[in-house]
Design a protein around this ligand. Structure first.
Ligand code: AMP
Ligand code: MN
Ligand code: MN
Ligand code: MN
Length: 298
C-alpha cells in the first residue's frame, strides 16, 4: 500500500452507497492509513455517517474526526455533476428531505437499469445486489458494474461499466438530477460547504469545464477538488490554476470505494502551495478539529 501522504481526506464511500467497506471498516482502514480527518461522502445519502462517527468515538477516541458529508448528484449541460456537501447537518430537515427524494429517484432508476440487465441475462440482479446491502443504501451504477464483473459478465469493473452502463450502452438509463444551484442551496441550508467533485472526470472540453466552474461559483459554491489519487502533476496544476482563477478554495479527496482499485484513503492528496485549502480558510478551519495533528505535506 502506498504511503499516506496526507492525513486529511475529504471524499470517500461506504456500503451506504457503492463503497465496499462498512462505515466501521472504513474508519479502521483510515486509522491504519494515519488519517486524522475523514469525510464520509456517500452518493445522495447520509446513512453511513452515524456508524462511522460512533466507531471513531468508541474505538479511536481523539484520533480521527469523521466529517459528515454527502455527494449530491446534479445535472449541468446534460452531464451528471457531483457536488460534495461537507459538514452538513445530516439530521436537518432540508438534508433529510434531499436524501428522501434522491433515494426514491435512485430506487426507480436502479430498477429500470436492473430490468434492462435482466433482459441481457443477469437474472435477479436487483434483489441480489439489495440483499448484500444495508436497508436504504443507494444503488449506483458502480454497484451494478461490480456485480456484472463478479458474476463473469465482464473482465473488469471498468469493462462492465463501459459495456453496459455508460451513456449509449444497453443498460443506460437517463436521469435528470437537480440543478447545481438547488443542490448548493440545500447544502448551505443544511449547514454545509459546497465542493465541486473531481472536475476532470466529466469528459468536458476546457471551455465547458470553465462554464461549469463559473456557474458553480455563481451559485455560491465554495471549493473544488484539486487533488485526487491517481493524477498527473500536470492535471493537478491545471486544476490548481482553475481554482485560483475562480477564487475558490481547494479540497483534496481520494474518492475511495474499494480495495485494489488505484484509489486509496489519503494517497497522493497533497495540495499545491499556490491554492488555499478549505481547512486553512479562516471561515472554515475551526470546523476541523485538532488540525495540528494532521499532516498535509504542505
Ligand atoms: P451513478 O451515480 O449511479 O451514475 O453511478 C456513479 C458511480 O459509478 C461512480 O461513483 C463510480 O463509482 C462509477 N462510475 C462512474 N463513471 C464511471 C466510469 N466511467 N468507469 C467506471 N466507473 C464509473
Ligand atoms: Mn461511486
Ligand atoms: Mn463522484
Ligand atoms: Mn465519490
Amino acid at each position: 500500500m502506498k504511503k499516506t501522504d496526507s492525513s486529511i481526506d475529504l471524499h470517500c464511500h461506504t456500503t451506504a452507497s457503492d463503497g465496499d467497506f462498512t462505515p466501521t471498516q472504513i474508519v479502521e482502514r483510515a486509522i491504519k492509513r494515519e488519517i486524522t480527518h475523514l469525510a464520509i461522502s456517500d452518493h445522495d445519502t447520509t446513512l453511513g455517517i452515524k456508524e462511522a462517527q460512533e466507531a471513531a468515538l468508541k474505538n479511536y477516541p481523539g484520533q480521527i474526526q469523521i466529517i459528515p458529508a454527502i455527494e449530491v448528484s446534479t445535472s449541468f449541460l446534460n452531464k451528471q455533476i457531483h457536488i460534495v456537501g461537507l459538514f452538513i447537518d445530516e439530521d436537518s430537515q432540508v438534508i433529510q428531505d434531499l436524501v428522501f427524494r434522491q433515494l426514491a429517484k435512485r430506487q426507480e432508476r436502479a430498477q429500470k437499469i436492473a430490468s434492462k440487465l435482466e433482459k441481457l441475462g443477469f437474472v435477479g440482479i436487483y434483489e441480489n445486489i439489495k440483499q448484500g446491502l444495508p436497508k436504504d443504501s443507494i444503488i449506483t451504477r458502480g454497484n451494478f458494474a461490480r456485480y456484472i464483473f463478479e458474476h463473469g459478465g465482464a473482465k473488469s469493473f471498468d469493462e462492465a461499466f463501459n459495456h453496459y452502463l455508460k451513456r449509449g450502452k444497453p443498460a443506460y438509463v437517463h436521469s435528470q438530477w437537480q440543478d447545481i444551484k438547488d443542490a448548493i442551496e440545500i447544502i448551505h441550508q443544511g449547514g454545509g460547504i459546497a465542493i465541486l467533485a473531481h472536475p476532470k472526470r466529466y469528459e468536458m472540453t476546457n471551455t465547458k469545464l470553465r462554464e461549469l466552474i463559473a456557474y458553480f461559483k455563481e451559485c455560491g459554491g465554495e471549493a473544488m477538488e484539486v487533488s485526487s489519487c491517481q493524477q498527473k502533476p500536470s492535471e493537478r496544476d491545471f486544476l490548481a490554476n482553475l481554482c485560483l482563477s475562480f477564487n475558490l478554495l481547494a479540497s483534496a479527496g481520494s474518492d475511495f470505494h474499494l480495495e485494489g482499485a488505484w484509489r486509496e484513503l489519503g494517497s497522493n492528496l497533497v495540495l499545491p502551495a499556490k491554492v488555499t485549502p478549505i481547512f486553512e480558510d479562516p471561515r472554515f478551519k475551526e470546523r476541523f478539529l485538532n488540525l495540528d495533528k494532521a499532516h498535509t505535506g504542505r
